[in-house]
Every structure is written in C-alpha cells, then in structure tokens.
Design a protein around this ligand. Sequence first.
Ligand code: ZN
Length: 295
Amino acid sequence: MQARAAGAFALAMLLSPSVSPTQPPGPSAAAESSGLPAGANVPGGFVVIPLEAGGADRPTASFNGRRVLVIPDGEGYAAIVGIPLKTAPGEQRIAARGATRKTYPFQVEPKRYAEQRLTITDTRKVNPNPEDQARIAREMKRIAAAKAHWSEQEPDSLRLDLPARGRFSSPFGLRRFFNDQERNPHSGLDIAIGTGTPVLAAAAGTVIDTGDYFFNGRTVFVDHGQGFLTMYCHLSEIRVQPGDRVGRGERLALSGMTGRATGPHLHFSVVLNDTMVDPALFLPLPNSPPKAGAR
Ligand SMILES: [Zn+2]
C-alpha cells in the first residue's frame, strides 16, 4: 500500500492540478492536460498515458516490444512511456494488457536538437582501432543489458535529485560531431564538476552494474524499478558494487574524466523502457544555480 501511495504521489507531482478526475482517459487528453514540461511528447521525452481500469491486477504495457513503467494514477494506472530520440514524429502506440488487451495511440511532436562540435585530441576515441572496436562491441552488449534491465518494484518517485551540483555543460539530445565526424546524439546531461566530486544517487534504487568502458569510462547503473534507471559516467572512482541498495542522495562514486571526455564532468543519463530520455525532465527546474563550494 505504501508503494502505491508513493507512486500516486509521484504522478500527482507530474500532473498539473487542473487535471479533472472526471476527464475521460485518453492519450490526447493525457498529452494536453498532463502539465508535463513543454514538448515532453517529443523524441527523447516521455508521455503519460492513463490506462483503462479493469481487473484487480495492475495492467502491463509495452512500447516497441519493451515493458513500460506503469504507476498508480488516481483510481487507475498510467503508463510512463520513454520516446527514443530516433522516433519519427507522428502517431505511435503502446500495447496494454489489463482486463482486456488494448492499444493506446499517442502523438510524437517534432523536436530539433542543437548541434555540438567537439575536438577530441585522442583520435582513437573518435576512430577506434580494430582492437578498440572489439572491446567496444563487448561493452555495448553489457551496456545494452544493463539498460534493458527490468525489475517489478515500483519507483518511489519519478522526481530525481541532482547527482551533483554544477553547471549543465551539455544538454541531452545534442547532435554531436567529434572532429567533424557525426556520432550518436548526446544521450545524457553533462554536469561540469571537478575530478573527485561526490556523485550521488538521484533516487533510491539498486546498483545493477558497474564497469569501465571505452567511451563512458567508469560507470554506475542504478535501477529505480520498472525500467526506470539512471547511469553515471566518466567517474574517477566507484564506491558501490552491483547488488548494493542505495538511498536517494547516497554517494555512488567520485567524478572524473575517464573514457571519451574533453574535461572532468559527470555524464548523467536517465532510462525509461530501454530508452535514453532527457534527464532535465525529471530534475528540479528551473536550472538552479550551483551553490558556492559545490565542488
Ligand atoms: Zn555526456
């Protein structure tokens, strides 16, 4: 019961007070009245879709064959659906199973993310040699497995705390060119902090994996439940192990610049249904100024 109440509270915080409880559930109603940050139903964002009540069991939902976070919403439930960056604008749909099977369409609006051009002096990090490529292929499997991790426990909140206080140096979604060569868009939020700064769990969860990767450097993955995960990269030192339970604000690691980084910073990613989404949508807004002595 406690988890249920906490989940409802989390959703209530995401939803605007103007939402009428008598409003018929429907994807367009959800998109228009949810009070989510503007443009959240875009590639790299997420949508909240109220699910038709039915049966005693919690409904399940999937998007593109991947399980989706479902949390209590008033008397019923809602699906929180992460939208991959490469999704074309237009209609998408989730499949849900409660008392009956049902699909729920929703609209994805276009969003054009800015470009970023970076010069990487370690050219191996831009054009990896064959040995590096073999390593990267192994690591991609491991990272993909962590990203796809599913646990049934419901997140205690969808609100995240800043994992470190510092300037947001690169937003999510930037189309990136390293030494003029286009690479994958930026899948997280960069926070500029000096090496050795404590990196804190953005919410309570379980450490599901740690590693030292070619691009991401030393990395920690935390599972908050039902496919809602956070990832912390370029760390200098990791202070937790897979299986550790961590509380919100608990120290996971120290920041650094391991992997492909032009300077010390924390790369912070948020995952929903195996999809990297914009961390800023879950963090306290507006962008609060760094506190003195944040380092
Ligand atoms: Zn980054």
